[in-house]
Design a protein around this ligand. Structure first.
Ligand code: DKG
Length: 291
């Protein structure tokens, strides 16, 4: 896929830093013609045999994956530029900040709000999984709020995302220690189920502010993960519903094939829209047809 070689500055005014990813920095970008604001992700190309910078094939993968996706809970890619030293992705601008910061400010969320966020994350993950794409780096830093008022979120940073075709064995890579599934730690086959483990970790954190497997060092964290060594501390979970705990327990399963899928999660009673609201929506739909 050829990227635009014309100078980015001809079409965009580059502004402040708004984030960073793998070998990347993200800046505000104002499109001169339309006056619309975007996010420009500058990805350093790996030069020669160096270690720094992203490999051309990894950048191509991130771009082709983003081009495939089209969902309100997934960051949109509009254009791609290239210079001698970097590739620049022109992405949808998300201004609500990271879910990570939102939780930090509130310490933890109530179940209603947590369930609403997780439902949004699951819809975004379902879009990826329906296209056989695994994100493989799901964590609160990679979940942006569209804006602070609603629980509308966008999944960002597809730098580690992979197509899961089933034929080739994906083992390499590492996400962020406290969010990775047992199969990542023990270097076994990764799959869509690997993302579902991370959804469990995110849910646990939203509800408690604590990280379920985090140890005093990386080795201890990895051991906690492979031993599924977690508990619902009374200190944080005393008034958490059995439904919420059941939702998490169905994701902290060692065998990827036994772990809840994104569809299982969307149908879990802790997530499904509560009956009355759905009933009203359906009734109002009927009333509209009559009028
Ligand atoms: C950090 C970031 C990435 C993509 N879009 N907006 C903000």
């Amino acid at each position: 896929i050829a990227f635009k070689r014309e100078p980015l500055e001809e079409s965009y005014e580059i502004g402040d830093d708004i984030g960073s990813g793998h070998f990347a920095v993200v800046r505000r970008a104002l499109h001169k013609k339309s006056g619309e604001a975007f996010a420009a992700k500058f990805i350093r190309k790996r030069r020669g045999g160096g270690r720094k910078g992203a490999k051309a094939e990894d950048i191509q993968r991130e771009v082709s994956i983003l081009r495939l996706l089209d969902h309100e809970n997934v960051i949109r890619l509009y254009d791609v530029y290239e210079t001698g030293i970097e590739v620049i992705l022109i992405l949808e601008l998300v201004t609500g900040g990271e879910l990570f910061d939102y939780i930090s400010e509130k310490d933890h969320l109530g179940e209603e709000e947590a369930s609403a966020f997780i439902a949004q994350i699951l819809r975004g993950v379902k879009h990826l999984h329906d296209h056989n794409i695994a994100h493989l780096d799901l964590k609160p830093e990679n979940i942006m709020l569209r804006n602070r008022s609603t629980q509308s979120i966008k999944l960002i940073d597809f730098g580690l995302a992979q197509r899961i075709q089933g034929k080739e064995d994906i083992r390499a890579l590492m996400g962020t220690a406290e969010f990775v599934a047992p199969e990542v730690v023990s270097y076994e086959t990764l799959s869509l189920a690997t993302d579902m483990w991370s959804v469990g970790v995110i849910t646990y954190i939203l509800l408690s502010g604590a990280s379920p497997f985090l140890g005093d060092n990386q080795q201890e964290t990895y051991h906690n993960i492979t031993a599924i060594n977690f508990q619902f501390d009374e200190e944080y979970f005393s008034n958490t519903s059995e439904l919420a705990k059941d939702f998490i327990e169905k994701l902290f399963v060692k065998m990827p094939k036994k772990r809840a899928t994104v569809d299982d999660c969307l149908n879990h009673p802790w997530i499904r829209p509560k009956e009355p609201l759905e009933l009203i929506k359906r009734q109002s739909a009927v009333i509209n047809i009559d009028n």
